[in-house]
Structures are given as C-alpha cells and as structure tokens.
Design a protein around this ligand. Sequence first.
Ligand code: FAD
Length: 332
Amino acid sequence: MKADIAIIGAGLAGLTLARELSEHANISLFEKARGLGGRMSTRRRDEHRWDHGAQFFTARSRAFKALLKPFIASGDVVEWQPNITTLSPCQPAYKRPWFEPHYVAAPGMNSLLKAMSPGLNIALQTRVETLQQHNGKWRLLDDKGAELGEFDWVISSAPLPQTQVLLPFAPDTWADFGMLPCYALMLKVNDSDLPVWDAAKVNDSSLRWIAFNHRLPGRNRELGAVVAHSTADWAANHLEDCQDTVRNQLTAEFCALTGVSPQAVKEAQLHRWRYALATEVTKNALGHDPSGYVLDSERKLAACGDWCLGGRVEAAFTSAHQLAARLKQQGF
Ligand SMILES: Cc1cc2nc3c(=O)[nH]c(=O)nc-3n(C[C@H](O)[C@H](O)[C@H](O)COP(=O)(O)OP(=O)(O)OC[C@H]3O[C@@H](n4cnc5c(N)ncnc54)[C@H](O)[C@@H]3O)c2cc1C
C-alpha cells in the first residue's frame, strides 16, 4: 500500500517534492496562500505585475537543468539577458557583466510553479497549524481546528521559522540554519520615465537590487512596474517600523539613486518578507543531514527548502530533489 504524505508549502521545494514522490505515494499538498509560488510569487494590481520575491535564477546542477528543460522548450522559462548596471550613491554607475545564463519564468515568476502543478492534489488557502499523533499516524489540523486528514509522513517545505513551530524536532536541530528579512518595493512608473538599463545591483544603500520588471521577457513593456529590494540589514533594523514610513523612505532612495522624478512614481506598494533569504549553512550541523534536508525516519517527519542549503531558487529545488531521492531509496 502507498504511504500517505502531507507536504506543507507550495513553493518550488514543495512542488518538486510532490512531483517526484507522486508515483510512489499518495501526496496531499497544503498551501496557506491563495496561489502557488511562495517566494517565487507574482503580485497583480490592475494590469500591472510585480515579481516581488525572486527575480531570476541560475541553474548549475544537472538535475535542475533537467527540470527546466521542458519548461524552457514550452516558453514557461526564458533566459534573461538584461542590460545590468551597478549603482552606488558614492561612485559612478558601471555596467555589470553576467557570466552564466540567468532565467526567469514568464509571464510571471509563478508561471514555473503553475506549469509544474497539473495533476497534483493541492489545497490552497489552507494553513497547517497543528500536528497530532493518532494511531501511529500524523493528524493535521488547520488554523480553524478543522481536520485535514491523517498521514504516514509529514514534510514541511515552509521557511525555517514556520517549519520550526510545526515540526516537533529538538531545538538544536535548527541551530545551524537562519533566515533574513527583506522589503520589496513595487512602483508603477511609465517606462519612458525610467533609465535605459534594465536592472541594477546597488551598493552602499538601503536598497540592494532594482529591476524594471516589465522589461523581463514575456511581460508587457507598456505597464511600467519597478521592483526594488532592500538589504537584509536595513530590513532587520526597520522590520517593525510604520510601513508607510518604510515605503516612503525606500521610494525616496530609489528616486535618489536612479534620478527618476518622485512625480513619475504613480503608485507605491510594499511587501515585508520576514523570511526572505537563508543564511549560509554550517556543514555537518547537529541533527541535519549534510545532503540538504532534515529527516527523522523513525517519526516520519522531514523538512526541506532553500534554507537547508544556504538559499536561492536552485537550493530549494536541490533540497527537495535530494530528500525525494532519499525517501524513495529507503522505501519511505
Ligand atoms: C525578496 C526576495 C528576493 C529573492 N531573490 C532571489 C533571486 O534573485 N534569485 C534566487 O535564486 N532566489 C531569490 N530569492 C530566494 C528564492 O525566492 C527562494 O530561495 C525560493 O523561492 C524558496 O523556495 P521554497 O520552496 O524553499 O520556499 P517558499 O517559496 O517560501 O515556499 C514555502 C511555502 O510554504 C507556505 N507555508 C508556510 N507555512 C505554511 C503553513 N503553516 N501551512 C501551509 N503553507 C505554509 C508558504 O506560504 C510558501 O508558499 C529571493 C527571495 C526573496 C524573498
């Protein structure tokens, strides 16, 4: 009989795991948000779209390249070759070369996740809040106390702090992992009011990254949509500040850095990512497998995600891919 597995989170790690295990087990995926994507989400307002989490990704491993191949062929993933610059309030701008292919999903970053999801059993707007042991199985409850089912295995792909509160592991299991915050500023600005470059790595500023999101492949160039990301340090120091103040400060910094007139900014929105980016992982940490996931085969609990491997899109895939291989190898 196939094992019943609950996977928490429908970002890249959760969807990778669900796809790779679905032939071998009965998979139920639970996602608290309204849509797929996690930190590869796309925000819509009117006709405008902003990729307010990951803006691009690289593909270095053979396994990740193999995942992407059919989606590149179908046009869901496209190589991005921007005119990229480096900005600083202290130094003149200079052009920045990229030495390896960088990819985006099109028409939004969540398109890759949507393309990966057909055939999977996914419950959206379902926040897993409680795990209870019951007759040798795990019973899951949502945030209203409603039962979500009983499962042999529970695997969390939620960001580290959200996984920590769900899975009953010893506290020192998590000692070598960490996550940092980031603010995402989303602006409506007409394309004609923006500089000629497409994206900028920013130094010596509260911002670290600026992209003219509507110029990414597959987007509508008429609908000027800027994304700017703060540094982790700045976000940590202003995490609980009034969000209107944060939005105004980052908008002013964007205008000062780029020379865009404040009057050209038609609308500004802010998203606070409390758990945006993973810190570097210390190898051979207590309680975690160095191959990139957390596993307790006795109790049938596991965790995976970008934070297990030091962060970024490819790390999310690799962590889930390696956990799936291990579970298949040991027969659950
Ligand atoms: C601002 C920002 C910029 C970034 N830039 C880049 C970049 O340029 N390049 C790059 O490679 N990476 C970048 N990243 C990192 C990249 O987005 C992540 O590494 C990757 O998307 C993580 O995928 P994941 O599946 O591990 O986690 P997530 O995408 O976070 O997925 C976890 C999912 O779990 C869900 N969840 C959490 N708790 C529960 C619960 N209790 N019940 C149900 N569901 C739950 C969440 O809603 C979420 O959808 C960026 C991230 C941010 C935030």
